[in-house]
Write a protein that binds this ligand. Structure first.
Ligand code: MCN
Ligand code: CUN
Length: 794
């Protein structure tokens, strides 16, 4: 198919269907590849002012004096505000998504380097930045808490002195599983392996940093916020609670977004500063953070220090798994996670295995580091859980001298065990794990690879093969069990078919590059027979879309995707009544197919959906049927969906330089029914690149004083096409039994599943040196240390 302007809009999918599911180029790319995307920072409003934020140079310090006089005297400055100014309006602290509070501007103390201390609003961005340097602040430096392992020591300085009666740095404690049963499993085991590991702090680092424009209209008392948010409706509710502007007077618009990866789920002080400034000045105020601000102050990810213990029989049957986690949550608990899950979904740490007993104990602490906790394609901490279990299983394989694939095969959950209840209470919906693994082994040519490895080892070359199998849990959630900030995790969706047969579907989720404008049109197209090109997808504007929880945890397809299916079927049900009137038969006499209702047994008598739409607005309707063709639903999922995958990574390690090269990477994913296989593959390619980055390059680290050592993209290394191989992808399809079209999420699978495959491969390559584990990121210096028998630095 080709549009009038010559841009191909679709090519036939596997079935050669013109509409519905299948490979189709992305509708949104028409504007993106021509540089016509409209991002927050592209928007210019008349009379707009610019906001810049002064940030703390210190990780932990008391603020003893603030002098803003010189900044206020700057000729282009319109407003300067400090924590004290916000406190006078009761706006100095904001709620976080984890029921903690976070300083909008510091009042008493600064608690991490880069924390917001004051802001300036000026006529242009440069003057605002200049005026920041005119603000004079005296700090009384305090010792910083940097290492989670000593954060709870009795002499550690207390960070959260703002919390009444708080005398330590404990953030929360959490446990899951059965400690007693796990002890018993360990007691009965032939083999027990213990391994400590660190999943370092990393950062989502989206290409577009965070920003907002707040525009308060004092006459209408209406507040409009254009912002880089993955969850417009959630943000609107929080803005109403924070600012006192009533919710029906707030409009949040999330236009094109240059990547999110979870970084754009939380509310940041910058958004609230822009809102406050706009209300005070009565003018639109824009705030756009720079790269260093993004890397040092917005939601980070991971930062787990984990101890694993795995128990098994001599022949490789896993009996028990124990996980003890020290989680670094930074200065404020800014983690975005369902309320009942303070440790996120880490509870799925038994992975894809049928393990008899499991137990996890997690201690989360505050440190003098930026808040956050889950962002970066994490599926609410499943990245950590999968890395943990896949490293533990590999460690066990080495201990038992068993092939890691064989050990996995002996313990994978079998297809006949679904729905499968894990020892920590999760119910996996469906999967055929052995089949997915077999497909990965087939593509990789696993046995040949092992033979090649033996030959290379004999020549002194360091080739490694790493395997990981994983189970994801995406689509939060059943709203009875899952809420964020008291808002149940269900999604609304609206569909309207116009008199000419063209349609508009309104979503509550918000794309950051995942292709929703295409795939949601395809979902509707498949159900109603209107081509995707004729279906406009509207999202990212709270005035235009129904309430819903937004895009993260790969929930768009599992939740809003289901809502889109159901709303279309609801419209179709109405179309049936109208068609029955048009054809003068009973509704039950009609059959649906290929975009039309036909009379059963008399297929010549039919009406297509476009004719029904015209009639819905113009013709005479059966009694009790009202005009128009539209519907609205809110979908509350019965359960999460559980995609799975099997990955195989082949690396070569240079024995002279310890540089790791990823030579091959095979990824077989099962996300149930695939709506657009091309977009699914794109999601997997991106996630694999993330995974290689985390395994080999990415880390946000701090010195002893709490200075962030990853504040630029020179220090925080992101992978490029140079560091990654040509991905080899495959798939199996096990539909979700409770999703109306059997689709599961895919957006984070590859980021979750790939880091352990890479690390397992590197450790496998280093086997001749007796290496059993090395912590990410596996930079040349860390690999060199591992080869030399030295422990990696913490
Ligand atoms: N899809 C499909 N068939 C399926 C599942 C998904 O065709 N069975 C399509 C969907 O229709 C959608 C895309 O794949 O176009 C991703 O869908 P889904 O798995 O539902 O994930 P979300 O849309 O909810 O995206 C969120 C997820 C998360 S949480 C992070 S983090 C991440 C990711 O997506 N951030 C991204 N992928 C990203 N991709 C881009 N380009 N930019 C980001 O910021
Ligand atoms: Cu945790 S990153 Mo994604 O869920 O937006």
């Amino acid at each position: 198919m080709t549009a009038a302007d010559g841009v191909p809009t679709a090519f036939p999918d596997n079935d050669g269907k013109p509409v519905g599911h299948g490979r189709m180029l992305r509708k949104e790319d028409r504007r993106f590849i021509r540089g016509r995307g409209r991002f927050v920072d592209d928007r210019q409003l008349p009379g707009m002012l610019y906001l810049a934020i002064l940030r703390s140079p210190l990780a932990h310090a008391r603020i003893t004096r603030v002098d803003t006089l010189a900044a206020e005297a700057h000729p282009k400055v319109k407003l300067v505000m400090t924590g004290a100014d916000l406190a006078a309006r009761n706006l100095a602290w904001m709620p976080t998504l984890s029921h903690d509070v976070q300083a909008v501007l510091a009042t008493d103390k600064v608690r991490f380097q880069g924390q917001e201390v004051a802001f300036v609003v000026a006529e242009d961005r440069y003057s605002a930045r200049d005026a920041l340097e005119l603000i004079d602040i005296d700090y009384e430096e305090l010792p910083a808490v940097v290492d989670v392992r000593t954060a709870l020591a009795s002499d550690a300085p207390v960070i959260r002195t703002d919390l009444e009666g708080k005398a330590d740095n404990l953030c929360f404690e959490w446990e899951t599983g059965d400690a007693v049963a796990t002890d018993a499993a360990f007691a009965a085991a032939d083999v027990v392996v213990l391994q400590d590991m660190v999943y370092p702090r990393v950062h989502p680092a989206p290409l577009e940093t965070c920003g907002a424009i707040a525009d308060y209209d004092a006459i209408d008392e209406k507040l409009t916020i254009w912002s880089t948010t993955q969850a417009p409706h959630l943000h609107r509710t929080l803005y109403a609670l924070f600012s006192g502007v009533p919710e029906h007077k707030i409009r949040v618009v999330s236009p094109d977004i240059g990547g999110g990866f979870g970084n754009k789920v939380p509310i940041y002080p910058g958004y609230l500063c822009a809102i406050t400034a706009s209300v005070v000045l009565g003018k639109p105020v824009k705030w756009t953070e720079d790269r260093s601000e993004n890397l040092t102050s917005t939601a980070f990810a991971r930062d787990y220090v984990m101890r694993g213990e795995i128990a098994a029989t001599r022949d490789g049957r896993i009996l028990g798994l124990r996980s003890t986690v020290l989680a670094d949550h930074g200065a404020f608990n800014g983690m975005a996670t369902p309320t009942k899950y303070p440790g996120g979904f880490y509870g799925v740490f038994t992975g894809s295995y049928d393990i008899e007993a499991a137990y996890c104990r997690m201690t989360a602490v505050h440190t003098n580091k930026a808040p956050g906790g889950v962002a970066y394609a994490c599926s609410f901490r499943i990245t950590e859980a999968v890395y943990f279990v896949e490293r533990m299983v590999d460690r066990l394989a080495a201990e038992l001298d068993l092939d890691p694939v064989e050990l996995r095969r002996r313990n994978l959950i079998r297809p006949d065990q679904f729905p499968y209840r894990t020892r920590t209470g999760w119910v996996y919906d469906s999967g055929d794990y052995p089949a997915t693994l077999a497909e990965a082994l087939r593509i990789a040519g696993y046995d040949d690879l092992r033979r090649e490895q033996a030959q290379r080892r004999a020549r002194g070359e360091l080739m490694g093969i790493g395997v990981s199998v994983f189970t994801e849990a995406v689509g939060a959630g059943p709203r009875a069990d899952m809420d964020i900030f008291g808002l149940g995790m269900a999604d609304g969706c609206e569909l309207r078919i116009h008199p000419t047969g063209k349609a508009v579907v309104r979503l509550s989720v918000q794309t950051q590059g995942q292709g929703h404008e295409t795939t949601f049109a395809q979902i509707v197209a498949e159900e109603i027979g209107i081509p995707p090109a004729d279906i406009e997808v509207v999202h990212g504007d709270t005035d235009q879309t129904p309430f819903g929880m937004g895009t993260y945890g790969s929930r768009s397809t599992p939740v809003s995707g289901a809502a889109a299916v159901l709303v279309t079927r609801k419209v179709r049900d109405k179309a049936r009544l109208i068609a029955a009137g048009m054809l003068e038969v009973a509704p039950t006499d009609l059959e649906w197919g290929r975009g039309a209702f036909r009379v059963a047994g008399d297929p010549a008598k039919s009406v297509a959906i476009a004719e029904i739409a015209r009639h819905a607005y113009g013709g005479s309707l059966p009694p009790g049927v009202d005009g128009g063709l539209e519907a609205q639903v809110t979908y509350d999922p019965a359960n999460l969906t559980f995609p799975n995958g099997a990955y195989i990574c082949v690396v070569d390690v240079d024995p002279g330089t310890a540089v790791v090269k990823v030579r091959r990477f095979v990824a077989v994913d099962d996300c149930g029914t695939r709506i657009n296989p091309m977009i699914v593959e794109g999601q997997v390619h991106g996630g694999l690149t993330d995974g290689v980055g985390m395994a080999l390059m990415e880390m946000i680290s701090f010195d002893e004083e709490g200075n962030c050592l990853g504040a630029s993209l020179m220090d925080y290394l992101l992978p490029t096409a140079v560091e990654v191989p040509d991905w080899e992808t495959g798939y199996t399809v096990t539909p979700s039994p409770h999703h109306p079209i059997g689709a599961k999420g895919i957006g984070e699978s590859a980021t979750v599943g790939s880091p352990p495959a890479v690390v397992n491969a590197v450790v496998d390559a280093l086997k001749p040196f007796g290496v059993r584990h090395a912590d990410m990121p596996l930079t040349p210096s860390r690999v060199w240390d591992a080869m030399s028998g030295r422990a990696a630095p913490p």
